[in-house]
Every structure is written in structure tokens, then in C-alpha cells.
Design a protein around this ligand. Structure first.
Ligand code: AHM
Ligand code: MG
Length: 335
């Protein structure tokens, strides 16, 4: 008889040791994210059926068009986390400032802050391509009982307590880590349950996929241009295959399963990189490292960067360790 895979709820109960300093708060937080993800998934899946796709007519703090589903996902995650009284603050890619959550007793008693990109790659929705939610969880550093401050959000990635992503793809998956490896759960939409489909996910040590927006080639630094040429050379296991969805979660998810490198470098177009350190780079870096891969800004570990602002951007080179180390060699040599 085939053994049934545990559900996410069962997995959390069976792996309490994965929840450091556990008072049950972090497990409740993951459960809330699981719930919000189901609501967003439902909405994303019917995006083609109702008039919900397309720009909402507003721009986010980085001056980019907000899609209606971005707004919906942002509100859903914020409301779910606020109503369940499990976090003391939320930072979102879609909000200018962080949100302070006092709780119904106004006592600021919760200890975790969440940083998130509620719907990453949302420009892909109108063309039915996978999008994702990315989240990152830290313990607050200011005293419990006081309102959160920016100090609670501006922590280096190496202090993350948990991080994860939801990929709204051909199937919907929730992949997360609490610092004890990476596990992936697939949603059974008929039952509304998440089943452990990808236990202990591991980045292959090496790979043959490189994922970068080569349309920006002219704007890239020399090290990146040389690395791209290296990927394309006919030698040994090269040329590598080029795969770029333009949806960070999907590109990294695929590379984690098949082996590869994802790069969004600094360029003359984005002099600090395009992706956000706190909402995108750090959580994905935590997952990548926990799966045995590597995440760098080209020169140093992404998770060791000390953030100075909420919406800070960073370059990222992440994926199979051997590939990232090779790309770093090019960056060191050519800059
Ligand atoms: P978003 O947060 O506005 O959706 O932007 C992030 C996305 C990533 O998912 C993706 O890898 C990247 O932007 C694609 O950017 P580009 O179109 O410049 O290649
Ligand atoms: Mg994003």
C-alpha cells in the first residue's frame, strides 16, 4: 500500500524541532501564510475569467505599475496576518512604509516581523505565466511591548528565522525553510490541503541552465558579459541551456530542481540591481543556501549584506554552487 504523504499541518506538528524558540507562534504564522496563499491562488487561477487582470492604475513605491492582483495579494496577506494577531509588523514591496501591528490589546506582544513580495513577476499574469509570493520572517530586535521600528526590518538575511515562496504554476506549491533544509508542498485544490511533495529539496551541485535577461546584455558589467559568453562556449559540458521566465520564483524553482544559475546583476539600467534585498533576494538566498546552493551579489554572500533601507535593491547570482562560484570568478576578474 502506498504511504500517504503528510500534509503541511502534519509536517509542522511532526517537525516542531524545526521551529526555534517555539511557543507555537512561528507554526501559526506559517499556517496563516498557508491560508492566505490559498486565497491568492484561487484569485490567480481565475485571473483569465474575470476582469481582474491588468493595471490597477496606480504605481507602487518604486514607480512601477501595480497590477490588480498585486493589490489583492498584498491586502490578503496583510489582512490574514493582522487578523490572526501573530506578527508585530509587516514590510511589503507594495507599501511605502512598514506596517506596525499593535494587536487587539494594543500591547505589541508578538515577536515576528514579516517581509514579503506578495505577487512577484506579476507582469506575467496577463499571459498566463507562473507568478509567486515570497516571504521572509525575522524575530524583532526591539523590546516586545513597544511598537516596531525600522531596526526590526533592516536585519541582514543571515538572521532570518524562516523564508519561503509560493509558486502559482501548473500546480501550486509552497516551499519553505526554517533553517533545517527545504521542503516543498503541493496544493490539492479539490481538498484545499498541501501535501509534502518535495521533501528535503537539494540544489544540484552543478547544472547546465543559466537564467538571465540577455536583452539587457549591452547594459551588463564586463564580468557578466564574459560569464554569459563562457556559458555559451562549446567546451566540456557547455554550452549551457538558457531559460528565463522573467518570474524569479519560477526561474529559481526550476533551477533548484534541475540545476542552474539565476542572475539579476547590476547594470547601467539598474545601478544597484533591480531586485529587492529584503523581499526577494534574502528570502530566496536563504532557501537556496538551505538547499545546498549559493547566493551572492557577485562578490559577497547576499545574506551578509547589512540593509540600510526597506526597499533596498541588490544584484543576485544564485543557484548551483559550482556555477555561482564560476560567475563570481568572472566578477572578481573583470568587475
Ligand atoms: P516585480 O517584483 O515587479 O514583479 O519584479 C521582479 C521580477 C522577477 O520576478 C523577475 O525575475 C524580474 O523581475 C524580471 O525582470 P526583467 O523583466 O527586467 O528581466
Ligand atoms: Mg517582485
Amino acid at each position: 500500500m502506498t504511504k500517504t504523504r503528510p500534509t503541511l499541518g502534519e509536517f509542522i506538528i511532526d517537525n516542531q524541532q524545526d521551529f526555534p524558540y517555539s511557543t507555537g507562534e512561528l507554526s501559526r504564522l506559517i499556517r496563516s501564510i498557508r491560508l492566505a496563499a490559498k486565497v491568492v491562488n484561487h484569485e490567480v487561477n481565475k485571473a483569465g475569467l474575470v476582469d481582474i487582470t491588468g493595471a490597477a492604475g496606480e504605481q507602487n513605491v518604486q514607480g512601477e505599475d501595480q497590477q490588480k492582483l498585486d493589490v489583492f495579494a498584498n491586502n490578503t496577506f496583510i489582512q490574514t496576518l493582522t487578523n490572526r494577531e501573530i506578527v508585530c509588523g509587516i514590510g511589503s514591496e507594495e507599501n511605502d512604509e512598514f506596517i506596525t501591528i499593535a494587536g487587539s490589546r494594543k500591547d505589541h506582544k508578538n515577536k515576528y516581523v514579516v517581509l514579503m513580495d506578495p505577487l512577484d513577476g506579476s507582469s506575467n499574469i496577463d499571459v498566463n505565466v507562473s507568478v509567486g509570493t515570497i516571504f521572509s520572517i525575522y524575530r524583532r530586535v526591539t523590546p516586545i511591548g513597544t511598537p516596531v521600528t525600522s531596526e526590526d526590518f533592516l536585519q541582514p538575511g543571515n538572521l532570518q528565522v524562516a523564508a519561503g515562496y509560493i509558486i502559482y504554476g501548473t500546480s501550486t506549491m509552497l516551499v519553505y525553510t526554517t533553517g533545517h533544509g527545504v521542503n516543498g508542498f503541493t496544493l490539492n485544490p479539490a481538498l484545499g490541503s498541501w501535501y509534502l511533495s518535495h521533501p528535503d529539496m537539494k540544489f544540484p551541485e552543478n547544472g547546465n541552465i543559466y537564467s538571465i535577461n540577455e536583452g539587457n546584455y549591452a547594459h551588463f558589467p564586463t564580468g557578466v558579459k564574459k560569464y554569459i559568453k563562457y556559458c555559451q562556449e562549446e567546451e566540456g559540458d557547455r554550452p549551457y541551456t538558457s531559460r528565463y521566465i522573467g518570474s524569479m520564483v519560477s526561474d529559481i524553482h526550476r533551477n533548484m530542481i534541475k540545476g542552474g544559475i539565476y542572475i539579476y546583476p547590476k547594470s547601467t539600467k539598474y545601478n544597484k540591481g533591480k531586485l529587492r534585498l529584503l523581499y526577494e533576494c534574502n528570502p530566496m538566498a536563504f532557501i537556496v543556501e538551505q538547499a545546498g546552493g549559493k547566493a551572492s551579489d557577485g562578490y559577497q554572500r547576499v545574506m551578509d549584506i547589512m540593509p540600510t533601507e526597506l526597499h533596498e535593491r541588490s544584484a543576485i547570482f544564485c543557484g548551483s554552487k559550482t556555477m555561482v562560484e564560476k560567475a563570481e570568478e568572472f566578477m572578481k576578474e573583470y568587475g
